[in-house]
Structures are given as structure tokens and as C-alpha cells.
Design a protein around this ligand. Structure first.
Ligand code: ATP
Ligand code: MG
Length: 379
């Protein structure tokens, strides 16, 4: 554990506090697939300057720190929100894609993929080794490629894009130890040069051009996309995020389907977002249509779950993953235990070089609650 205080520049007192408070946790399952790593810990709650998800690694070639990906603040009212935060500065409107956050890094001789809370995920690592050009790290050995992982073979988020397998879309390049981001233009140049897929930049403008910005939101909504991350071009200010009505409603629909698994705050926040958008965009989207869409998102998925339990089934979710290596599959199952995600393997098939595995996740709390209510018990 001594290497943690050395790597993070913490006093012995601070490191003891970290341990006492249970904030320092194991970041991986030991396995030859992770052979470059001797030991790795993650910080599970912001501590001093260190973000949640910060990882400290002792590797075959020294200590490494990978800072957690910073939280992005959300605005609900675009016109004043953008001006207040960015002033007259030039900003990029980047597509906000809905997958899971991955930091791709190099440790020792190989590439590793770290998920948001600081776990080194074997499944994502296998895909990153197949998809990310390793020569980027010859030029930038201590940097992190911050990507959104997306596709129908995602263990953590459903696919909204019709992407087969799992793809990585770059949205930030940051220095591991300091978390300093590259500017938007530097990142664009590097992504092109190394052939790394990048999230789309939809517009470069400044906050006073609110009508152009609103048009981008409307267009994204029509195309059923999640939203926008606003970034000052030099990346000297923190970014801001904003989501479409489509995304607010599809979040609500998913959360209500599994209503006991989701907190009340999650649900309330999305309804309030939708109200602010309805107010700001009142001229452009038919309000009756909004009422209908939101009501439908909430009710239809909840009713669907009730119906399933009524028929004697459970509220579940099916996930199909594709592995290249059987060892990684076994390692991934151990990893899920470490994360505390409960996936049951239902079926395993060989498909050419790949192994396709069907997993099922049961929404225990929601299933039990519905069953109890259907039996006539009070809420
Ligand atoms: P956060 O704490 O960062 O707000 P969250 O879990 O609440 O995270 P989201 O509401 O999905 O997440 O918004 C932030 C996330 O959006 C980022 O962590 C990143 O994974 C994802 N993302 C997708 N596209 C982009 C992009 N173009 N720029 C930055 N982040 C993006
Ligand atoms: Mg997200």
C-alpha cells in the first residue's frame, strides 16, 4: 500500500485516512491477462484533488496514476446557462453519446481499459486491445484516451446506435497524472492521424448564437440522440452537458420499467429537465406531443413490467457479449463479482473465432415489489 502514498504524493496520515474510511479499493482481479499489473487500487470517493475513479497502479515498469474522469455539470436552461459559464468564448458542440465511460491507457507492454469508477474491466480491455492503435501510446505513454464505449455487445448500457459489437468513440485526451485535457483541435488532429473514431463535432460557435444552438438540439432530438457536451475550444473551462427530450424520455422509460432499482432523485431530475426544455423550446415543439410522450414513457414501461410478473415471469434484461478468448470470459465473470453486478450466464455458443454468451440480469427489487403488490399487499 506504500506505493499509493508515493504515487499520489500523500502524507502517511492522509493515506491512513483513505484506508480507514474504506475509500481505497482493489481495482482489478489478478490474472495473466492483466500481467503487467503487480497491484492496483482505485479511489471510490473524491478525496482531496483526486476524483472518484482515480487508479493507482504498480506495474512492471513503475508507478502510474490515472485520474478519474471529472463530473460534467448539466445546465437546464441553455440561453443563460451557456453565457454565464462560457461568456463570449468559442465553444464546440460535441455529440454526447450514450454508452459507458472508458479510459484507455498503457501499462507495461499492453493496453488496459478502465471504467468510470476505476475498475480495470477485462471485457472492455479485450476489445480495446483489438480496436485501439497501440502506436498512439508510443507518442503519449502517460495519456488516457477517454472514450464512450458503444454497441450491441455492451455489458453495461443498451445500444441506441445500431452498432454491432463494441466501438470506442474518443471525446477527450488527458494526461493521466494531472488530468490536464488537450484542446479540441489537438485531439481532432491526433484522432485523425492515428485513425481513432471520435464523437462528432456538430457546431463551433459562441453562446450568443442561441438559435443555431437550439437547432442542433432539435435535430439531435429528431435523430433520437442523447445530447450535447459544450466545450470551450482550448479546454480551459470545464464542459457542460445538456440532453434531448428523446433521452429524458428513454431514461424515464428504462428507469420506470425497473422502478425499484432506481432512486426517486433519478426520476424527478429527468422530469424537471423535460419541463425546463419544454419552457425554453415552447415555440418549436408541440406541447401536447410532449405531454403524451412523457406520460407514455412512464406508464407503458411500468405496465409492461407489471404484466410480466402477472404472467409469472421476472423483470429481466438480456445482454449478449462476444469474447475472443475463453479465459477473458471466465475473468469477466470474476470481475462482475468484484463490481457487484449480478449477471447469470444463460447460453454459450461458438461463432467462428468468437464465443457468444447470453447473460441475464434479474431486477430483483422491482420483481419482488410488483409481486407483493399483485398479491394484494399494501405499498
Ligand atoms: P458525470 O458525472 O460526468 O455527469 P454521469 O454518469 O452522470 O456522469 P452522463 O450524464 O452520461 O454521466 O454524462 C457524462 C458522460 O457522458 C461522460 O462521463 C462521458 O462518459 C459521456 N460522454 C459522451 N459523449 C461525450 C462527449 N462528447 N464529451 C464528454 N463526455 C461524453
Ligand atoms: Mg452516459
Amino acid at each position: 500500500m506504500n506505493f499509493v502514498s508515493e504515487a499520489l504524493n500523500l502524507s502517511r496520515f492522509s493515506t491512513e485516512r483513505l484506508e480507514e474510511r474504506g475509500i481505497l479499493k482493489r481495482a482489478f482481479v489478478k490474472h495473466p491477462f492483466f500481467g503487467d499489473i503487480i497491484e492496483a487500487f482505485r479511489i471510490d470517493k473524491k478525496f482531496g484533488i483526486y476524483e472518484e475513479g482515480t487508479v493507482v497502479v504498480k506495474s512492471s515498469n513503475g508507478l502510474k496514476v490515472f485520474r478519474g474522469f471529472p463530473k460534467i455539470k448539466r445546465i437546464l436552461y441553455l440561453e443563460s446557462g451557456l453565457k454565464k459559464h462560457f461568456g463570449m468564448k468559442k465553444i464546440a458542440l460535441e455529440e454526447k453519446m450514450n454508452g459507458y465511460n472508458v479510459r484507455i491507457v498503457k501499462i507495461g507492454e499492453r493496453i488496459y481499459a478502465i471504467t468510470r469508477r476505476g475498475l480495470i474491466c477485462p471485457y472492455t480491455t479485450e476489445k480495446a486491445r483489438e480496436k485501439i492503435p497501440a502506436d498512439f501510446f508510443d507518442e503519449f505513454p502517460d495519456y488516457m484516451l477517454c472514450c464512450e464505449a458503444i454497441g450491441n455487445a455492451s455489458p453495461y448500457v443498451p445500444d441506441y446506435y445500431g452498432i454491432d459489437g463494441l466501438e470506442f468513440f474518443l471525446f477527450d485526451i488527458r494526461e493521466g497524472k494531472t488530468n490536464r485535457p488537450m484542446s479540441v483541435s489537438e485531439r481532432k488532429e491526433i484522432a485523425e492521424r492515428y485513425g481513432i473514431k471520435m464523437v462528432e463535432i456538430l457546431l463551433e460557435t459562441s453562446p450568443e448564437n442561441i438559435n443555431d444552438i437550439k437547432k442542433v438540439v432539435e435535430d439531435l432530438n429528431k435523430r433520437e440522440r442523447e445530447g450535447i457536451v459544450f466545450k470551450e475550444l482550448e479546454m480551459l473551462l470545464p464542459p457542460l452537458k445538456y440532453t434531448t427530450s428523446f433521452s429524458n424520455c428513454s431514461d424515464l422509460s428504462y428507469a420506470f420499467k425497473n422502478f425499484e432499482e432506481y432512486g426517486r432523485d433519478f426520476l424527478l431530475a429527468r422530469i424537471v429537465r423535460e419541463a425546463f426544455q419544454a419552457f425554453e423550446f415552447q415555440d418549436s415543439i408541440n406541447i401536447e406531443e410532449r405531454y403524451y410522450r412523457l406520460g407514455r414513457a412512464i406508464l407503458s414501461s411500468t405496465i409492461e413490467s407489471i404484466k410480466k410478473v402477472w404472467e409469472g415471469k421476472e423483470v429481466t434484461e438480456e445482454i449478449r457479449l462476444k469474447f475472443s478468448d475463453e479465459d477473458v470470459l471466465e475473468l469477466f465473470k470474476m470481475h462482475l463479482k468484484l463490481v457487484g453486478v449480478n449477471l447469470k450466464e444463460l447460453e454459450r455458443k461458438r461463432k467462428g473465432e468468437k464465443i457468444e454468451v447470453k447473460f441475464e440480469r434479474t431486477m430483483r427489487a422491482t420483481t419482488d415489489k410488483i409481486r407483493s403488490l399483485l398479491e394484494g399487499n399494501p405499498w
